[in-house]
Design a binder for this molecule. Structure first.
Ligand code: SAH
Length: 364
């Protein structure tokens, strides 16, 4: 089996190349080609002998998947299906939003599993259950197509076309923690892509033991917790994971994380009509946010075909926000993004009949 190229440190590559009879300095050239010049196919590496290109192609995996279809929407959300080498599909989404300086800020949303085992009742991703974890190479591969040419002074450079990364696609990242951390390290490591840790957010449905683990480890990224319910009763109704990790344990883990990581946690809260959108829910949410010192992100629910849940009406969302304001909670009331193109988690891949390559979705 081929080695995942991106998992290799410079030192490991150097040793492997030397072992195969190549000069030691070639590792630096290859690293520059990939991480500096962002060329992801050995065929196109500059100043590399044919023999080494061939060796790299035969021994290393440079692309663990490919984009097969993209959908655009008028509100600048672009959704892509990503085909893995075993024919399974996951999705990634590119969101564009205006930034403070009048420009556009692009955020790439990536997946960590095929399907999901958590079974949140409102979510499309878990509807067909869990297939498998993505490898770190497959997580990294979702970033690679988003590279563009940019003029820098008199030179052209290849750069990532997104400014932020959110791990909010299909799957539960903290049930695939090792591969996730390996992939984020490729993105963040100074000897690799050197993409800033503060521009990377990992979102979890509340796997408390993994949160405890990353609270103790070197985890420089931001953390978002999909709370969606501020009492055990409400949360258990829509999120089965709450039976395993009830709010007391989750909140304690979040507190430990906040203390060690030093960055504000975000609590994601989708407002579902008649389920979690009452003023009393808002007061409970304010208490939790206060304990953790978290920022709250209120999101209108994006209805999923075949599921009974509805979006909380605008008036009710505003009342909910008003309570948070009164309780002095830091929050944002997000407007819906990408609802026209099924951008809520899992919905596009679900249409390709269980992520199978035999489905009717064709190449773009
Ligand atoms: N498993 C992780 C990340 C994937 S989901 C997590 O749960 O955080 C990314 C976010 O989208 C989560 O907050 C999830 O609860 C939310 N989500 C899922 N389905 C949605 C829908 N139909 N409308 C709005 N948000 C949804």
């Amino acid at each position: 089996m081929k080695a995942d190229f991106y998992s290799l440190s410079r030192r490991e590559l150097s040793a492997a190349l030397e072992n195969a009879g190549f000069e030691k300095f070639r590792a630096g050239q290859v690293f520059d080609a990939v991480y500096k010049n962002k060329i992801f196919s050995p065929r196109n590496f500059p100043s590399i002998p044919e023999k080494l290109k061939l060796w790299l192609e035969q021994n290393c995996e440079f692309s663990a998947g490919r984009l097969v279809v993209g959908k655009g929407a008028s509100d600048d959300t672009k959704k892509f299906l990503f085909e893995l080498n075993d024919g399974k599909f996951v999705e990634c989404v590119l969101l564009e939003a205006p930034d403070d300086g009048g420009g556009v800020r692009k955020t790439l949303c990536v997946s960590t599993q095929v399907g999901c085992a958590c079974g949140c009742r409102f979510c499309a991703s878990g509807k067909n259950g869990f297939f498998r974890n993505l490898t770190s190479g497959e997580i990294v591969a979702q970033f690679l197509p988003f590279v563009k040419e940019e003029r820098r002074g008199s030179k052209k450079a290849r750069v990532f076309s997104f400014e932020n990364v959110v791990v909010m696609g299909m799957g539960e990242p903290l049930m695939n923690t090792d591969n996730l951390l390996a992939a984020l390290d490729v993105l963040n490591s100074p000897e690799k892509f050197a993409f800033g840790a503060r521009r990377i957010t990992v979102s979890t449905c509340g796997i408390a033991d993994s949160i405890e683990r990353i609270a103790k480890a070197d985890f420089p990224y931001r953390l978002a917790i999909s709370l969606h319910g501020a009492t055990n009763e409400t949360r258990s109704r829509i999120m089965p994971i709450n039976a395993k990790f009830p709010l007391e344990r989750l909140v304690a883990a979040a507190e430990a994380f906040a203390a060690s990581n030093g960055r504000m946690i975000t609590l994601e809260y989708i407002l579902i009509k008649g389920v979690n959108d009452s003023p009393s829910d808002a007061r409970e949410l304010a208490k939790i946010a206060g304990r953790i010192g978290a920022h709250v992100n209120l999101i209108p629910y994006n209805p999923v075909e075949g599921l009974p849940w509805e979006r909380s009406p605008a008036r009710r969302r505003a009342d909910f926000a008003e309570v948070l304001k009164r309780e002095r909670v830091s929050f944002t009331l997000r407007r819906e993004k990408g609802s026209e193109i099924d951008a809520a988690c899992g919905q596009l891949a679900l249409r390709t009949s269980a992520y199978n390559s035999d489905s009717s979705i064709g190449a773009p």
